[in-house]
Design a protein. Structure first.
Length: 389
């Protein structure tokens, strides 16, 4: 019996050493970001730390490098001369152009999907291909991985408004928007004897998915580990204040604001349990409505799509097998359809009246695009025909 216990202790210590070595080889704290600020990479196979740098603006914390052309999480990544994952855009808005500015985190950025598959790009393409007037549409993508609501409000104020948007779309993720990514954490004391990093890893995820998360660099840090200079950026109170700042900026310029929630796990709602898990974004939804934002909740349409096709929730994620729940091209298409429907039904675009008369026809066109995305999606077989497993 003692031999078994001793063997278990030795195995645990060995695994603890392995995990700490893994953490040391992939430094993801704020000091590492500062330390490697000079050693950036703009081509080839990229990790997040390769193409973000410390910003001069402390409320932005970090920003993306301009003119990147590489591969990130198996998808092409290109940034323009302004450092956004978008094609080149002029500050001066072209004549007869309606601009929608998308601000958000890695979901809006298009983590793990090609640029043309993102909901911003799909929306721009559809608006222009179905236009019946001389109005042209531009949907500008200002999404940056790891950004929270405070950072997005500052980005809007200092950079996005210079592009003269006619509408603003906020991509909100309840898990992200009150925290900061793990590379904005205090350096980890890897030689401490008072904390087990192995236990922390096992408590939250498998070792394989943890390794993927470390390489991704966008797991969200415990607010207690945020450096003092960034404490004012985290927490629901700060996120709520940032939403009010966005509302004030938009109201002063008479710009409508859309508020998009993304969902990735629907299984608890596919049965009729006596209790459902709390919605972590309910407070944000309520505040958005109070501030006059147009709230887009794709929950019901996504759930109906999954039920109709007999798919598990994870069929809508980039690589759930490795712990990556970001939207795949299929979910991006479904989100874009709901954004379009909302723009038309709420008369937020210049030709909304004409489009409203053809909305059923346009929804069928969207359905065709979505079916094409479904046909091309690489969905593990266990998530097909497994609606409620």
């Amino acid at each position: 019996m003692l031999a078994i216990v001793f063997g278990c202790v030795v195995a645990f210590v060995a695994m603890e050493v392995f995990v700490r070595a893994l953490l040391a080889s992939r430094p993801n704290d704020i000091e590492a970001l500062r330390r490697f600020n000079h050693a950036k990479q703009t081509v080839g196979e990229l990790k997040l730390i390769h193409f973000v740098r410390i910003s001069d603006n402390p409320r932005l914390v970090y920003e993306m490098l301009p003119n990147i052309e590489g591969t990130f999480h198996k998808a092409p990544l290109r940034t323009n001369s302004a450092g956004f994952a978008d094609r080149e855009r002029s500050l001066e808005k072209p004549a007869r152009t309606f601009r929608i500015a998308v601000i958000g985190d890695s979901i809006a950025f298009g983590w793990g999907v090609p640029p043309e598959a993102r909901y911003s790009d799909r929306l721009e393409k559809f608006l222009n291909e179905t236009a019946t007037t001389s109005t042209r549409y531009e949907v500008l993508n200002f999404g940056i991985p790891g950004y929270n609501t405070v950072m997005e409000a500052e980005l809007l104020r200092t950079r996005v408004l210079r592009y003269q948007p006619d509408a603003i779309l906020i991509g909100y993720c309840a898990d992200n928007d009150t925290s900061l990514p793990n590379f904005v954490a205090r350096p980890r004391p890897l030689y401490t004897l008072t904390h087990s990093y192995l236990w922390e890893m096992l408590r939250t995820r498998s070792v394989a998915s943890a390794r993927s998360a470390l390489e991704a660099g966008v797991q969200y840090v415990d607010p207690a580990n945020v450096p003092p200079e960034y404490q004012a950026l985290v927490g629901w109170d700060r996120a709520a204040q940032a939403m009010r700042e966005i509302a004030d900026l938009a109201r002063e310029r008479k710009i409508p604001v859309l508020f998009l929630r993304d969902y990735y796990y629907f299984e608890p709602w596919r049965t009729t349990p006596s209790t459902l898990p709390p919605d972590p974004g309910a407070d944000a939804d309520a505040l958005a409505k109070q501030l006059g934002f147009v709230v887009i909740s794709p929950f019901q349409s996504l759930l109906e799509f999954l039920d109709r096709h007999g798919l598990h929730s994870f069929a809508l994620s980039v690589d759930i097998e490795n712990g990556d729940a970001h939207p795949n091209a299929l979910r991006h298409a479904l989100l874009a359809q709901e954004i379009y429907r909302t723009l038309v039904e709420h008369k937020l675009i210049p030709d909304a009246a004409e489009r409203a008369q053809r909305l059923n026809e346009h929804m069928r066109l969207w359905d065709q695009w979505i079916q094409e995305a479904l046909a091309m999606a690489r969905i593990p077989e266990k998530y097909r025909g497994a609606a409620s497993k």
